[in-house]
Design a protein around this ligand. Structure first.
Ligand code: ATP
Length: 241
């Protein structure tokens, strides 16, 4: 469902992604790892149509990304960026329900059924107590859980998460990885998750894609591949200037 063939991409004269080839079987969890500045978020910018690529081909559910407008790409995947801000006060429930926006007609209001879905997700994420709080006054970790609820509501087959646990405490990191693994095994989602939390990957099925390796490819998640990638990432990065 996600196929990347010979992808070359970067900024101006700096190539960050060199000749990337992989194909993700569906459903799957793919942990995307690598050193800071290695091009992980850049890869997501390509998948979301925010950044053009120089060479290669990317296909999502058989559709070539190059020919898709950003708008039509929106229904194919959901995306949780590393930083996401809201500049106006809004109750958590009203922010989460916006995950249904693309399924709504112009000016169509959200229904009681929509809000029931929101409440169920808040419960899954154990943040029911935040439902009526102003989102802008929440802590960074609380905000991150709210964005995850909104993303789940979008209900797309492919989900891109850019460091979804970066501001979470140890309990919630574990919880979010369990939840993501559940989306894959129970809801047949394919989740690409950028993370530096390799320790949290033990026990899950899926793949690791290490964009800092000279020839990144999908490695099957296992205690051995996790350890090998941790050892790799403990080494000083080779900068590609
Ligand atoms: N718009 C831009 N123009 C030029 N260079 C950029 C731009 N955006 C990002 N970069 C550079 O591209 C490199 C890769 O950035 P990217 O955000 O993809 O890294 P990352 O692997 O996600 O890192 P981290 O783990 O720190 O989040 C960085 O060196 C960054 O400074």
């Amino acid at each position: 469902m996600l196929e990347v063939k010979g992808l070359v991409a970067g900024y101006e004269h700096r190539v960050l992604i060199r000749n990337l080839f992989f194909s993700v079987p569906e459903p799957a969890l793919v942990a995307i790892v690598g050193h800071n500045g290695g091009g992980k978020s850049t890869f997501f910018k390509i998948l979301t149509g925010q950044l053009p690529y120089q060479q290669g081909e990317v296909r999502i559910q058989g559709r070539n990304l190059q020919g898709l407008s950003r708008r039509s790409a929106t229904g194919l995947l959901s995306y949780l960026p590393q930083k996401n801000t809201v500049s106006f006060p809004i109750p958590v429930r009203d922010l989460v329900v916006m995950g249904l926006l693309r399924k709504k007609h112009f000016l169509e209001n959200y229904s009681a059924t929509d809000y029931r879905q929101v409440d169920a997700l808040l419960e899954t994420l154990e943040i029911t107590h935040l439902a009526h709080r102003d989102f802008t006054q929440l802590s960074g970790g609380e905000q991150q859980l709210v964005w995850l609820a909104q993303l789940m509501l979008q209900d797309t087959r492919l989900c891109l998460l850019d460091e979804p646990t970066q501001q979470l405490d140890i309990y919630h990191r574990k919880k979010v990885f369990e939840l993501i693994a559940g989306w894959v095994s129970q809801q047949q989602k394919t989740v690409l998750c950028i993370t530096h939390d390799l320790q949290n990957l033990y026990g899950y099925s899926g793949y690791i894609l290490n964009l800092s390796k000279p020839q990144p490819h999908l490695e099957i998640l296992s205690p051995e591949t996790i350890e090998q990638n941790i050892a790799f990432l403990e080494q000083k990065p080779v900068l590609s200037y």
